[in-house]
Design a binder for this molecule. Structure first.
Ligand SMILES: Nc1ncnc2c1ncn2[C@@H]1O[C@H](COP(=O)(O)OP(=O)(O)OP(=O)(O)O)[C@@H](O)[C@H]1O
Length: 777
């Protein structure tokens, strides 16, 4: 058995450090009989027990082999030397680079934890890191240190007080020691530090770990958003939380930060040497769409990537990608993010996965109103059922080890969304009456799912940071009224009015997404499609192309409501609703893709006369609460600003649209006929009959049933020859190569209404030739 020692405080560490210098000087390396100072011994950490809750006494324990302890006369000072036959260097720790530098230690609070025990390796890293001229590291250190000092004075945590996670030396900044003045001036380095990170002292009251401060600083999140300020302490205090806040207000980190805090806390207690692959996930985050799940994983991944030594692993379980890879990821995951279908598909395969997931500390239901009420009902129900199944004692798991009885999990349930159906909100806020009686029979009801969420508290904490206004502060809302058949023309006009605007166009159908994307591409605009029938890789590629920092600043994403919720893409300037959304909450979510995180943005509805009534109803619904709160009488007037598109613009763009539509319709018709043809040929093959396309077409064309006319039109369109198509394309190309002249004639030029100089300099909107009043919006 090796000799052991314990560590108490930084003060001790500093004293022994001073001692170490003199001891070192005394001892000669060659003298195998010479004594070795306690701090020069090659101490190794003692492996800690698995469960650290009661193991505080073991913290900081180290051992060493091959040492003889020599006690001075009369029980005096203890001295160490190598066992006989062993060279002295066998018990000496490795020499450290920069050992001469005096290290002033950590902030006061840190001194009591494990960091005061500095293993030789840790020391070496510390000094090396300190010497690195990396701006980034220095800045992070500065912020961390500043906050660590402040935190030392702060209240002890309540029920959820956590042991500080191990603070790795590189996160620490040496105190400004007088002895270092002149040798290394930190002040001199501070000026340029601000480029890389920001002051995060506004987060102080949340009492976060240094790792998180560093990360927030690097991500330049100088202060918490309202939902973060309210939710983080509640979650860290162990409450179930239902959080409601407008789109783009930072809900992801409102639950992401407490999850990572828990991870750091747990890791601090764990045996460092424990196999990483043993990990049990601490959180399951459910999301309604694949893109949102990817984004959640990315956002929380960024939080950990920027936090020093925080290597929480995130498994992303979404459909459309390799299930085997996701299974492997899950085996070693700390956090699981996924869509309900794929999560259930993987969990239900056994291998102890359900048992593992039952130990999660957090269940997060993001975009809760969608997850709990639409489409995903069955899978969410299955997952929730499985998470609590052990209480009924009938888990069908094969993994024997996993069958051992465990403490029931102390799972916290966190439910977040920007919108909640009124019913759901009331129930979650504990205002609605729970009808327990027929709950289990009425399995289709949302109430049933809510019960299954199994909140650990009777009433979760309901945090609604903007009960009145669901829309982001920086959002402007407008409406363009136009004839139903001219939506394409007005859409194109709006796009040309706002060049270099990154825009999402929402439609209500997949076929509209396909058509509009092709139409805009024909008009040489950088448009990408996103809808649920696309292969997952193509979906991700569209989002990537649209959102990448190097993408064309005029990029356009044409999408169904699959992109309406949660997608967080930086710098979206406008959202255009090509179709009026079917529900008010969808209007909120769609519009919420712009004006995020305090930025500004526009939401524009393109609206045919027959849609106006629906829009009015929708607008009234969204604004009803606001009017009420402001004491206004309910207004019938649209709260949307009406945008007047210059009639000359519309007239001049019409030929372009007509050509582009012809080209698009023909291409789509050709694709459709080909697909139909292939399908009919395959069906005929299956039936063992001959397929004659002309005969089939004749019967379709003469048919009196529905679709005969459409089929004929499609056939006609698809019948356009390659040469005719090429002609149309050339014509369109010619039109697109010219600027849209909105009134530059000789007469106009001499009238003085335009600034010829500016025109020649190429100023203004480059799509147009002549003066165009910008939209007042
Ligand atoms: N404290 C903060 N300071 C500045 N920006 C922040 C802060 N917290 C989050 N953000 C940024 O705000 C953006 C929106 O965050 P997030 O996606 O979490 O919003 P959300 O509330 O979930 O929106 P939605 O309801 O649309 O899903 C992200 O780009 C995120 O990086």
């Amino acid at each position: 058995m090796g000799q052991k020692r314990g560590h108490d405080s930084k003060a001790q560490a500093l004293q022994t450090k001073k001692r170490k210098k003199s001891t070192k000087a005394d001892a000669s390396e060659d003298d195998s009989n010479a004594f070795v100072g306690v701090e020069d011994l090659n101490w190794k950490e003692v492996a800690l027990p698995d469960r650290m809750e009661d193991a505080t006494g073991f913290f900081g324990l180290e051992e060493i082999d091959g040492v003889d302890i020599i006690r001075g006369q009369g029980g005096g000072e203890v001295q160490f030397k190598a066992k006989s036959g062993k060279p002295r260097k066998s018990i000496l720790k490795a020499p450290e680079e920069g050992d001469e530098d005096e290290w002033a230690g950590f902030s006061d609070e840190d001194s009591t934890d494990k960091t005061s025990k500095k293993t030789p390796t840790a020391d070496a890293t510390e000094v090396k890191e300190d010497k690195k001229p990396k701006k980034e590291k220095k800045k992070a250190d500065k912020k961390v240190d500043q906050n660590a000092d402040q935190k030392a004075e702060q209240k002890p945590k309540g029920q959820n007080e956590k042991k500080k996670p191990e603070q790795k030396p590189k996160q620490q900044k040496p105190k400004k020691d007088q002895s270092m003045k002149g040798a290394l001036s930190f002040e001199a380095l501070e000026e340029d530090e601000d480029e890389d990170s920001v002051d995060v002292s506004a987060w102080d009251e949340l009492n976060l770990s240094p790792e998180i401060y560093t990360s927030l600083s690097k991500m330049k999140f100088s202060s918490p958003s309202a939902i973060q300020k309210a939710s983080i302490p509640a979650i860290m205090d162990g409450h179930d939380v239902v959080g409601k806040a407008s789109t783009g207000s930072g809900k992801t980190l409102a639950f992401g930060i407490p999850i990572i805090e828990h991870y750091l806390d747990k890791r601090g207690k764990q045996d460092k040497k424990a196999e990483k692959s043993d990990s049990t996930p601490i959180a399951l985050i459910l999301s309604p769409t694949r893109e949102l799940a990817h984004q959640l994983a990315k956002h929380i991944g960024e939080l950990t990537a920027n936090a020093p030594d925080t290597d929480a692993r995130i498994a992303l379980l979404t459909g459309g990608l390799s299930i085997q890879k996701q299974q492997r990821q899950l085996a070693a995951a700390d956090i699981v993010v996924g869509t309900p279908g794929r999560v259930w598909e993987i969990l239900s395969q056994g291998q102890g996965l359900i048992r593992k997931m039952q130990k999660i500390k957090f269940l997060v239901v993001d975009e809760a109103d969608r997850l709990l009420s639409e489409g995903h009902f069955k899978e969410v129900e299955d997952i929730l059922g499985a998470l609590d199944k052990h209480q009924a004692g009938d888990i069908k798991d094969t993994d024997e080890e996993a069958q051992e009885e465990e403490e029931p999990s102390e799972r916290q349930t966190l439910v977040f969304s920007a919108t909640f159906h009124r019913d759901l909100q009331q129930k979650l806020a504990g205002k609605g009456r729970w009808t327990n009686g027929d709950m289990l029979d009425n399995k289709e009801s949302m109430e049933y799912l809510l019960k299954k969420l199994n909140f650990r508290e009777e009433k979760p904490k309901f945090i609604d940071v903007n009960p009145v206004d669901q829309m982001a502060q920086g959002l402007k809302e407008g409406i363009v009224e136009c004839p139903a058949m001219e939506k394409d023309l007005y859409l194109y006009s709006v796009l040309l009015y706002y060049p270099k605007h990154r825009t999402i166009i929402f439609t209500n159908s997949i076929s509209a997404v396909r058509r509009i994307t092709q139409l805009l591409q024909a008009l040489q605009l950088p448009a990408f499609a996103l809808h649920s029938s696309m292969a997952q890789k193509a979906r991700l590629r569209s989002v990537e192309r649209f959102s990448s920092p190097t993408a064309d600043p005029s990029s356009i994403l044409v999408a169904t409501d699959v992109a309406a919720r949660g997608l967080d893409i930086k710098g979206i300037d406008s959202v255009i609703h090509y179709h009026v959304p079917r529900a008010a909450d969808m209007y909120v979510h769609r519009s919420g893709r712009t004006a995020r995180a305090g930025a500004s943005g526009k939401s524009i509805l393109i609206c045919a006369p027959e849609e106006v009534v629906g829009v009015a109803r929708l607008a009234a619904k969204i604004n009803a609460k606001k009017h009420k709160a402001e004491g206004d009488a309910p207004s019938k007037k649209l709260p949307l600003e009406s945008l007047d598109i210059d009639r000359r613009v519309v007239a001049r763009l019409r030929p372009r649209i007509n050509l582009a539509k012809k080209i698009t319709d023909t291409t789509i018709a050709k694709e459709k006929i080909n697909t139909e043809d292939n399908w009919l040929r395959a069906a005929a093959d299956d039936l063992g009959v001959e397929y004659d396309s002309d005969e089939f077409d004749q019967s379709q064309g003469q048919g009196r049933g529905r679709g005969g006319g459409r089929h004929r039109r499609e056939k006609e369109a698809s019948g356009m020859t390659k040469g005719e198509m090429a002609g149309l394309r050339a014509e369109l190309k010619q039109l697109l190569s010219e600027r849209v002249n909105i009134g530059v004639s000789e007469k106009y030029l001499t009238s003085g209404r335009i600034d010829v100089e500016a025109l020649l300099r190429g100023e203004g909107n480059k799509a147009f030739l002549g003066h165009l009043d910008p939209l007042t919006f």
